[in-house]
Design a protein around this ligand. Structure first.
Ligand SMILES: Nc1ncnc2c1ncn2[C@@H]1O[C@H](COP(=O)(O)OP(=O)(O)OP(=O)(O)O)[C@@H](O)[C@H]1O
Length: 217
């Protein structure tokens, strides 16, 4: 479970205060995947980062009682001067997992071949995305955070392989997806919310959320 209790967050733009969330309270239970619909710039990445603990609220608190993933596509935990192999083993230890397993799994999935043993700083953006997704899928979480704006790869073979593993993982897991497209949420979510001007409107199903989103668009 993850719960927001009276969470507020805003940024100073240099001219005015941009409100991302204004005293938002909601809870995501295990088994009830949530999709958050919001237009560009409304604060999707900021909310996902707060859920992951990468950004702090200005006010209120976030309670987590489950294993929450880092956002899909997030590279912040990866050290550029280390190889993928060294990063995978280091992160496995941080999460209390078997480094041999995490190394073998991510080496197999990302298909970087000899580059798996070269520093991550040498990788292209696509190679970094492949490594980061492989690492996420090597670890097990209860709640997966997906930011639609995540870096993607156009490697067909990798996308097929990773897509299969992802579907498998998500079958038993709870997902929180933020997107500006209702279509992205259809794949994953049972309940949905719309974020507008700092308010999060929660709905029991995606259809109702889509109606408000379309009305306000
Ligand atoms: N550290 C910061 N300082 C000032 N403004 C910020 C900061 N971080 C984000 N913002 C602003 O807050 C707003 C929300 O940003 P965020 O990246 O969360 O939006 P988003 O909904 O994910 O956007 P997009 O759909 O374009 O990816 C944007 O206007 C952004 O410029």
């Amino acid at each position: 479970m993850i719960e927001f209790e009276g969470v507020s967050k805003s940024f100073w733009t240099g001219v005015r205060r941009k409100v991302i969330l204004d005293r938002a309270s909601f809870r995501v239970e295990l088994g009830n995947s949530l999709g958050i619909l919001a237009p560009n710039g409304a604060g999707k990445t900021t909310i996902i980062n707060m859920m992951a603990g990468l950004e702090q609220p200005d006010e209120g608190r976030i309670v987590r009682t489950s294993r929450i993933s880092f956002p899909l596509g997030f590279m912040g935990g990866v050290i550029s001067r280390l190889t993928a192999n060294e990063n995978a083993r280091y992160i496995a230890k941080l999460y209390g997992l078997d480094p041999d397993y995490v190394e073998a799994f991510s080496r197999w999935l990302c298909g970087l071949e000899e580059y798996f043993d070269r520093p991550v700083g040498l990788y292209s953006a696509g190679m970094r995305s492949r490594f980061s997704l492989s690492l996420l899928l090597a670890l097990e979480f209860d709640i997966y955070l997906i930011d639609e704006g995540m870096p993607a790869t156009n490697d067909v073979e990798f996308n097929r392989k990773a897509g299969n593993v992802l579907r498998d993982r998500l079958r038993g897991a709870t997902v929180i997806v933020v997107s500006h497209q209702p279509r992205t949420l259809e794949k994953f979510c049972r309940s949905a919310a719309v974020l507008r001007h700092g308010q999060l409107y929660m709905f029991d199903n995606l259809e109702e959320a889509k109606r408000l989103y379309a009305y306000e668009a």
